[in-house]
Design a protein around this ligand. Structure first.
Ligand code: HEM
Length: 508
């Protein structure tokens, strides 16, 4: 038997070309194996913290399933404590769940942790958003945006939120009268989307057809059916924005790119019209877009920068607020005593149902407590992160430059060290006395420090107005369709797995 016969028998390449091809394949695979598995694990090991064994390419993101990131936080904390490392695709992440240390990271040593890790810097418009911008660029845009969320500016947005809340209530009551079950998550999404499009993009719907088209376009990335295809595209989005941009339009990922184009075109047209109105002294709507347009002198943003910020409001403000409102309604329905107490406060502050006003809404302690407890138990943003500019040692933890410093908001909010019976909905955790006795860094639904959520005041206002207006008209209760306990899923935000159906009782 010749050597070639033997090679043929054991499937080895025989001709020089075959051998070259095999050599190239072996070297390429080895290179990628080293780059995407061996090297990242080495980096992880060097950090010196305990870590779960990562998988090649995806790291630890699938450890508990792609939509169970909140469970992963609880399980990792149970296994490894409040400081551990994981791998996010090939990037090492250091997780810190100790409020004492978060103060150092998010406030005291802010200059070393001023930026967020970039997941989608390659996406047009998204790459210039406040979420992604770094250092001086971030500071400049943040300084311009802050005044758009002051109390005096938000007061002017209240009528828009009120009108949108009226539409929500109308929808709920009509569905109830027809004996239909309405998914609270979808209804809250409609509310949140209308407010954010109205306040951030300056868009008003002229008719129902336009509303459906726009809401669909804006909501495409946050699809309601969380199918496998959508999950894959979200993962590609986090893994490589460039790959996402290439694949999404070609492989039918959900028309994300065409929706972005659609919204950009509309927003550009609105900006043009507003500038024109301004030039001719015509009255303009008071919304965040208008405040950006009217920012003066060195505070001016270019049109593209404005569109970028409008986008970030959509990305950061739509689903988060939708989920917060959904969780609040669910918590009230399943805790009738708490709902009753809240209704009593609402009735005493607003004896006439249409007298809702910014100042009074700002002085409702029990409403504040109910919302705070909702955001503790169900924080819509379950995690935030910081980039590390310079390697640093904090309380003995070696934090190398360029790792993702991850803050597990969800598991901190359920840590029994800070929250007794953490699974229970107890608004009294937020009385002034209870708050004073707890480390403030154990509660961070909006993040903390100079890089916290810039839309926090708007989000809280939306939630307050929506809850007050709703409870002035109806009460929620858990019926046989209500899923108790609520099943949760998480990837970009925390949301219910299934439609949320609640019983509705008209109050008058
Ligand atoms: C209940 C609703 C909301 C929740 C729970 C939430 C939560 C968060 C969290 C946790 C962060 C990261 C903070 C940090 O890293 O310290 C954040 C950042 C941000 N949020 Fe929100 N958010 C909400 C609503 C909104 C709304 C309505 C808007 C816009 C109108 C918005 C705009 C932003 C922006 C622009 C950032 C980045 C800020 C920066 O890097 O300077 N958010 N949000």
């Amino acid at each position: 038997m010749s050597i070639n016969d033997i090679l043929a028998k054991i499937w080895l390449p025989q001709t020089p070309l075959q051998q070259l091809i095999v050599a190239v394949v072996v070297v390429t695979c080895s290179y990628f194996y080293y780059k995407f598995f061996v090297a990242p694990v080495r980096r992880l090991r060097k950090i010196g913290l305990p870590f779960p064994a990562p998988t090649a390419l995806t790291g630890n993101i699938f450890d508990y399933g792609p939509t169970k990131q909140h469970i992963a936080q609880l399980e990792w904390q149970k296994k490894y404590g409040t400081r551990y490392a994981t791998q996010f695709f090939k990037a090492p992440a250091v997780w810190i769940a100790e409020p004492e240390l978060l103060k150092t990271i998010m406030v005291k040593d802010f200059s070393n942790f001023a930026n967020r890790f970039s997941f989608n810097a390659a996406l047009p418009y998204f790459n210039k958003t406040l979420l992604e911008l770094k250092n001086q660029d971030w500071k400049r845009v943040r300084t311009i945006l802050i005044p758009t969320f002051t109390a005096s500016k938000l007061k002017l947005i209240v009528p828009l939120i009120k009108d949108t809340a009226d539409i929500l209530i109308d929808k709920l009551i009509k569905a109830d009268e027809k004996g239909e079950n309405i998914d609270l998550w979808k209804a809250s999404g409609m509310f949140s989307m209308k407010v954010i499009l109205g306040t951030a993009f300056g868009l008003e719907f002229e008719n129902e057809e336009q509303e459906v088209k726009l809401t669909n376009a804006a909501g495409l990335f946050f699809r309601q059916d969380f199918g496998i295809r959508q999950t894959i595209f979200q993962l590609i989005f986090f893994a490589s924005a460039k790959l996402f941009l290439f694949l999404e339009p070609r492989c039918g990922g959900g028309n994300f790119c065409s929706s972005v184009r659609h919204i950009v075109e509309i927003t550009k047209a609105v900006i043009k019209e507003r500038r024109n109105n301004l030039a001719h002294d015509r009255p303009c709507r008071k919304d965040v877009l208008q405040y950006m347009i009217e920012a003066d002198g060195s505070n001016q943003l270019s049109d593209d920068e404005m569109i970028s910020q409008a986008f970030v409001f959509l990305v950061a403000g739509y689903e988060t607020t939708q989920n917060a409102l959904t969780f609040a309604c669910y918590s009230l329905a399943t805790n009738p005593d708490i709902q009753r107490k809240l209704i009593d406060e609402i009735d005493s502050k607003f004896p006439i149902s249409d007298s809702l006003d910014y100042n009074i809404v700002s002085e409702m302690p029990y409403l504040d407590m109910v919302i705070a407890e909702t955001l503790r138990l169900y924080p819509p943003a379950i995690t935030t992160n910081r980039e590390v500019s310079q390697s640093m040692i904090i309380d003995g933890i070696h934090i190398p430059k360029d790792v993702i410093l991850a803050i597990p908001i969800y598991s901190i909010h359920r840590d029994p060290k800070y929250w007794h019976d953490p699974e229970q909905f107890i608004p009294e955790r937020f009385t002034p006395e209870a708050k004073a006795s707890r480390n403030p860094y154990a509660y961070l639904p909006f993040g903390i420090g100079p890089r916290n959520c810039v839309g926090m005041r708007l989000a809280l206002l939306e939630l307050k107005v929506a809850l007050v207006k709703t409870l002035q008209n109806i009460e929620f209760f858990a019926n046989k369709e209500t899923e108790v306990p609520l099943k949760l899923k998480s990837l970009s935000t925390l949301s219910p797995v299934n439609p949320l159906y609640l019983g509705i009782r008209k109050r008058f």
